[in-house]
Write a protein of this length. Sequence first.
Length: 132
Amino acid sequence: MKHVIYFFVLFFIIISCNKKTNIPENIIPKNKIVSILVDMHLADATLNIMLLRQTKINYKPEDYYYTVLKKHNTDKQTFDRSIKYYSQDLVEYDKIYDEVLKQLSIIEGNLSKKEIKSNPNPKNKTNLKQVP
């Protein structure tokens, strides 16, 4: 009898460790959802910059988001369903957002490098030399 109990315990341990990550067909794959979220945040940043600069926005904000979805060959319903699916597992959702933040940081770093190359001597540059 002990062997049967050990067998079942071992069986359940193996099953629980062998967590399937089969994503349903109607859900956007992780790598693609990361790309979409990165582009959504960039669209959001664009809108915020336009508002801060009081630039006239010719489109509704939703149009920017729909453009992102169209770029990635998906629609709002599929995107919303996918976000709902991934957000049910907060650990996995956190990993997705870690990757989003990583990619946004890379983009920000690349923009900073371009900015430095295009303007190596800005007027408001702080002189770091200390005067004795």
